[in-house]
Ligand binder design. Sequence first.
Ligand code: HEM
Length: 424
Amino acid sequence: MKVPGTTHLDEPRDRAPDSTLMLVNDGYRFFLNRLNHHHQDVFETRLFGERAICMHGPEAARVFYDPERFGRSHAVPSRVQKTLQGQGGVQGLDGDAHRHRKAAFMRLMTEDRVADLVDLFERGWRDVLPRWELSDRVVLFEEAQELLCRAACTWAGIPLHDDEVPHRAQDMAAMVDAFGAVGPRHWRGRLARLRSETWMKRIVAAARSGHVETFEPSALHTFAYHRDLDGELLDTRVAAVEVLNVLRPIVAISWYVAFIAVALRDHPEWRDRIRSDAGGHESELFVQEVRRVYPLTPFVGARVRRSFEWHGHRFDEGTLVLLDVYGAHRDGRVWERPGEFDPERFRGWSSDGFDLIPQGGGDHYRDHRCAGEWITIALMKSAARLLCTTIKYQVPKQDLHIDLRRMPTAPRSGVVIDRVERVA
Ligand code: HEM
């Protein structure tokens, strides 16, 4: 990002005609591998059959979250819309239309409502402990998906029978698991989305016709009755996509639950700190460091709204631009000793909005920053506390490898625990 006066023709470029396969092969390290090679925070490549500019670093993040310069319409490849995100949802809106829809999400995120969700999750957790005690082995990643799915549906006002929980949870997880996939994993995600949208369209229609009761402020009520700026109710399918935009990412917190369990195993001194801390400060430090260190979101994408130049680089209207998220948390300009797991770095820390960005940067209301970030942090703190205070357990020998070439990645074994005993 140096040399003033250069044009995009002078930008460091990948030589390959299209780097999509390299992205699939390099996974989370796609940006870092190329940044080491190009020695710049910006480089140009071809991805998904089109020219793309890749950006890295805190300065780049600030520019990327300038809504005058970047928009989200058509920024996400259709294969990701057909699995992870759905079509017509808040992620692809810009300007006033975005702010209006986003405000509906943010109204669900009050302190009281977040506390209600944590409470549902904790009650569900306590309910399964007798079964865990009797089990030879418990796969935490899978168990967390079911617990989170159950809590999310109750919280969002979605009727769900007990026997539906496993396959609905699997579908939510399959949509997330498909985002960086080609082949069978991608197709599993597509089928999961089809099934989930069909299910949710039925529920939205039933809510609108009075066959399912709704309560305010729940996600079902909010999106069944939300009116866009034109004063019209959302199309049933779009309302379903938005309700799923609440349920699916809550289930995705299971990825973080698995990472928390690994971090607690590797840094057992934090177990005692979390156990003896009533105020939740220690668990806050711990989960922020888990969000920094463990990989979930690899990058985020946008399109140039209006052509501009930045540090000598030309950004032409319509160009796809990707911001490195994984690499942002390994940047020595922002984080001291970025390779070390050290929750202490967050004591007294305050964010400028563009440093810790596992769920996007900027402002929650104005920008596309994740609507569910406060929920995520609250549920992660709860999971860390529950793992430290409600049970004793062993982590038997297993393959906990986190493969950075797989997106999204998780500890390979799903984190098996055994000899679970409830703590009085
Ligand atoms: C595992 C935890 C989560 C991760 C890693 C995550 C990550 C992200 C990322 C990277 C973005 C895009 C940011 C951008 O484009 O700049 C995003 C957006 C979003 N997230 Fe999350 N998220 C999580 C949990 C949640 C939860 C719990 C909810 C809701 C309950 C949620 C709802 C949303 C919504 C609605 C958007 C779209 C926001 C917009 O376009 O304005 N997410 N999330």
